[in-house]
Design a protein around this ligand. Structure first.
Ligand SMILES: Nc1ncnc2c1ncn2[C@@H]1O[C@H](COP(=O)(O)OP(=O)(O)OP(=O)(O)O)[C@@H](O)[C@H]1O
Length: 966
């Protein structure tokens, strides 16, 4: 048996606004979600540890944070909701005053949902049990009071445990029921049993069966903590008993949802299975929060990610759709839970802004209609067979009246036929349109212009960015932007451009290496090893270039792509090809890294360094040397590269000739040719000196006794040194650009995935002309803050490396150029979250370790990373600094595992800004992130590292395309 969401059991459903309910129900068109808050009393556990009460309900709509005595001076922060219930309120009051109206809508054909949301142990199950009990009482009371209608009540029960859907009334049906999408009927749970309740006792019995089957476990906060989301659905169908004239019935579902509680592992003290459950719970609650947040800013705020969790998929109609919804947010009053309570209230505040659009669901059942007509025919036939004696007495129903009735019935049948034909016509029309559209898309990709609405703002790129220039629209000052480049065709064009950039970078890298090799050859600088390494690298890069199959017809900067392939069919192929070059980019990065190392060696081997090292007594000179050995900043040195004869920068950078002309010769201001020529001339001069030629690899000017010669040599030395440094800086820049390319590629992969997901889900793809967002204006700063919070939450959910978090957090502070990075990070994490959720319900991956990246592998990697950081505490901090931190972070100073205990506390509370900031600062100090000073945003490296990388914090973090084996 299959159940639909929302349950609509019959074949033909008419929806009408409740104003036209036959029973005259309440007039509802749009209605906000009803949000109530229930504050429970302090639990025994909380009392034992002398926890304090931090919240107070000051009236029936307002709850205030009541700070502990020392903070009394602070004005209490108040929150207002539809109803607020204090610790002394009983569940009956919560039901009567808070949710009864919503619950009983189901009797009038309006779908209704009541759910409890809150931290673990805050009283959700306690409240929902009472609410369910009261609702069942009222439903049966109403049935008794409405004898004119015939009621049928069916019940189904399911739980979502570790992102698997289980039937609570039939455990044999399997551990993970499939969700099916039906464009008309919504999300359906395959094979979910629906039992018809004979009476209220039977219904209660079935509810208790569901509750008994639910997954419950013990945690530090709750002995009987619900480890799954439970949805009990009552489907109520009713029709008039005397249905002579009415063949319609009302049908609606009442969903009673007891969510699992949000929890922090540190508070629930969970590990193993409990911890895994907690992660799944938090992930799906996070999606629920995101859905509510997006709905709260208006339905036009772009794509609502219902599909990111099974919970939101199943409850889709209750969240912004055809249902009346009431949410009871439960709170613990304890001071120790104040942060979690704040999160719950922030969810409640958002939920208040969500608007639903409930309608009366009427069913015209073919069966019912046939039954009714058969009855009528039988009655008429009976009348004809046994003529009523009264006919002759003159008291019969006049023939004209009978005819009238028959006529009416015929008309009704005719009307129903008409409606059926119309519906059929509409379906056919729709099918025709879909086919037509597919045909047009295949035949003429250029004509199809569509856009997808992405979740959140899309990355705005500076105009010079070839990937985005001309692709994002200026929305006349609106900061919330929709991106319109996600058609298969446009994406393919972007992929081509990306490839082209990739090729350019490869070329530039190669040219840089050639220059370097010449430098090495001309000046005989550095050691033989380094020269060989560079030659080898150069050969490798050349080989790399030759195997790259780049479409030469690509026209960068234009949308036109000279490709004779069919667009839609090849998109995936294109991405696969692009991804296959991922390793090339990674190789390029790695090789550039090696080049840089070789250059470092070269710099170390420079004569001035040797000379200065030997001359340690000269402290001034030594200092000068040290200064020269500092890592070079990227931009400051770029212009120097221009001086080298084969500078790749010549092709890509505009020079300021005048600047060059005015430079001091001591600092090699001359043109690159001059430098080169002088170097070449300098060597024989040194040889003539009769001293230098005999020792290969030894800088000849070291031996010269001539003052002029020394001067000249010094000049050559400076020029050579400068050249090597310049190349080094240029290689750094190349590395940055490669990294940036990786970001852009990831963004494309994300967009393709999103496109596919949306298309698979049958989401409406809007016409480009109508795709601009009409939503409220949001500044980039606000968007940044919101996105950052989302990212921090997702890091926590997905157990992402805390070194990665730290670097990202400290690098991206809201600059407008950060948009692309924020967007990519967010998309990647969202994808990862979904990937984990899906893995949770799948059997182990057959693809080996790399493919089987899961939440548990992330957790393992994170554990190793924390151990690594714990060791660093010794080397990076003084004993005094450590003790101060232990005290501040409540770690026993003489504890056995205090280092790890301390590290385990970092990055554990994504919602506490101060905590996040401090955690980032500490981790940065431990890994020396802030000290290096030259990590640029583009160099932000943790993002695309492959698992082969040895650095511990790289473990468990991969590009999405690796994970999906594109
Ligand atoms: N309003 C209340 N009055 C008295 N006791 C309550 C109230 N709410 C909850 N409790 C008690 O608090 C404890 C935890 O409640 P409950 O199990 O309902 O929490 P929960 O939010 O469902 O937790 P979890 O998410 O872990 O399942 C239970 O012992 C329950 O009896």
């Amino acid at each position: 048996m299959t159940v639909r969401t929302p349950g609509t059991p019959s074949s033909k459903i008419d929806r009408m606004t409740p104003s036209s309910t036959p029973g005259g129900g309440p007039r509802i068109k749009e209605e906000k979600i009803v949000v109530t808050v229930r504050l429970r009393p302090l639990s025994k556990k909380e009392q034992v540890v002398k926890d304090q009460v931090a919240w107070e309900c000051i009236d029936d709509q307002t709850i205030v944070y009541k700070p502990p005595s020392q903070e009394r001076s602070i004005t209490p922060m108040s929150h207002t909701y539809d109803k607020v219930f204090g610790p002394s309120s009983i569940t009956e009051t919560v039901y009567e005053e808070g949710v009864k109206n919503v619950a009983l809508s189901a009797l009038m054909g309006i779908n209704a949902t009541i759910f409890a949301y809150g931290q673990t142990s805050s009283g959700k199950t306690y409240t929902m049990r009472g609410i369910t009990e009261k609702a069942v009482n009222d439903i049966y009371r109403h049935i008794l009071d409405t004898p004119e209608r015939d009621f049928t009540i069916r019940i189904s029960g399911l739980e979502i445990y570790n992102e698997n859907v289980r039937d609570l009334l039939n455990l044999d049906s399997g551990r993970n029921l499939k969700l099916l999408d039906d464009p008309e009927k919504g999300t359906m749970v395959e094979k979910l049993v629906e039992e018809r309740a004979k009476d209220d006792k039977h219904l209660r019995n079935l509810i208790s069966v569901c509750e008994a089957q639910r997954q419950v476990g013990e945690t530090a906060l709750n002995d009987t903590s619900s480890r799954s989301h439970q949805i009990i659905r009552l489907t109520i169908e009713s029709s008039l008993r005397d249905n002579s004239g009415c063949v319609r019935s009302l049908v609606a579902s009442l969903n009673l949802v007891d969510l699992a509680g949000s929890e922090r592992a540190s508070q629930t003290n969970t590990d193993g299975a409990r911890l895994r459950e907690g992660c799944h719970i938090n992930l799906s609650l996070m999606t629920l929060t995101t859905v509510i947040r997006k709905l709260s800013v208006g339905k036009r705020s772009g794509h609502i990610p219902y599909r990111d969790s099974k919970l939101t998929r199943i409850l889709q109609h209750s969240l912004g759709g055809n249902a009346r919804t009431a949410i009871i947010c439960t709170l613990s009053p304890a001071l120790s839970h104040v942060e979690q309570s704040r999160n719950t209230l922030s969810f409640a505040t958002r939920a208040k802004e969500v608007t639903n659009n409930a309608q009366v669901n009427m069913v015209v059942s073919d069966k019912q209609l046939v039954k009714h007509l058969q009855k009528e025919v039988a009655r008429l036939e009976a009348e004809l067979r046994t003529p009523d004696p009264s006919v002759h007495s003159g008291s019969e129903v006049p023939t004209s009246e009978k005819d009238l009735k028959i006529q009416e019935m015929e008309m009704e049948i005719e009307e129903l036929r008409r409606q059926r034909d119309l519906a059929q016509f509409q379906v056919e029309e729709l099918q025709r349109k879909v086919q037509e559209e597919q045909r047009v898309q295949l035949e003429s990709p250029y004509k199809v212009k569509k856009c997808l609405s992405f979740s959140g703002p899309s990355p705005l790129k500076p105009a010079k960015d070839p990937i985005h220039s001309g692709k994002t629209r200026n929305t006349m000052g609106r900061q919330s932007i929709r991106q319109s480049l996600a058609t298969p065709f446009t994406l393919m064009s972007e992929i081509r451009k990306l490839e082209h950039l990739q090729e350019q970078l490869g070329d530039e890298a190669n040219r840089a290496l050639e220059v370097l090799q010449k430098e090495v050859a001309c000046h005989r600088l550095g050691n033989q090893d380094a020269a060989e390494t560079i030659a080898k690298l150069q050969a490798e890069i050349r080989e790399m270039r030759s195997i790259r199959s780049i479409a030469k017809e690509v026209l960068v900067g234009e949308v036109v792509v000279a490709s004779n392939r069919s667009v839609g069919a090849n998109l995936k192929e294109e991405i696969t090809r692009l991804h296959s070059q991922g390793s090339t980019i990674a190789d390029l990065e790695e090789q550039l890294e090696n080049v840089q190392k070789s250059l470092d060696k070269l710099v170390l081997a420079l004569p001035s360094n040797n000379q200065q090292t030997n001359n340690e007594s000269n402290s001034k000179q030594n200092e000068h040397s040290k200064k020269k050995m500092l890592p070079l900043g990227n931009s400051a040195n770029l212009q120097h590269l221009i001086r080298t004869p084969c500078s790749p920068m010549l092709s890509s950078r505009k020079l300021h000739e005048s600047e060059m002309e005015n430079k001091d010769p001591e600092n090699d201001v001359t043109s690159s040719n001059e430098t080169f020529n002088r170097s070449e001339k300098a060597i024989p001069t040194k040889s003539e000196d009769g001293d230098a030629s005999s020792r290969e690899g030894t800088p000849c000017f070291q031996r010269s006794n001539s003052v002029n010669m020394r001067k000249m040599q010094k000049m050559f030395q400076n020029a050579a040194e400068e050249n090597v440094r310049s190349i080094r800086a240029y290689v750094t820049e190349l590395k940055e650009r490669v990294a940036k390319l990786q970001y852009q590629k990831q963004l494309l992969v994300c967009q393709v995935l999103e496109l596919e997901a949306n298309e698979a889900a049958g989401y409406e793809i809007e016409d480009e002309n109508t795709c601009e967002l009409q939503g409220p204006q949001v500044s980039w700063h606000e968007t940044f803050l919101e996105q950052r919070q989302q990212i921090i939450d997702l890091w926590d959910q997905c157990q992402v490396s805390i070194i990665h978090r730290t670097q990202f957090y400290l690098l991206f502070k809201g600059d407008s150029a950060d948009q692309i990075y924020m967007e990519v990070e967010l998309r990647r994490l969202t994808w990862l979250q979904q990937h984990f959720a899906e893995l949770g319900s799948a059997s182990p991956s057959p693809h080996g370790d790399k493919a089987a990246m899961s939440l548990s592998s992330s957790m393992k990697a994170l554990r190793r990373e924390r151990e690594f950081l714990a060791k660093r505490l010794i080397t990076r901090l003084t004993a005094e600094e450590r003790d101060t931190l232990y005290m501040k972070w409540d770690v026993p100073i003489d504890g056995k595992h205090r280092k790890l205990q301390f590290i385990n506390k970092l990055w554990t509370d994504p919602r506490d800004f101060k905590h996040v900031q401090e955690s980032a600062e500490i981790v940065a100090k431990l890994v020396g992130f802030c000290e290096s000073g030259n990590v640029s945003k583009e160099m932000f490296e943790l993002n695309f590292a492959l698992p082969s990388d040895k650095r511990p914090w790289f473990l468990g973090w991969e590009p999405i395309s690796n994970l999906i084996h594109l």
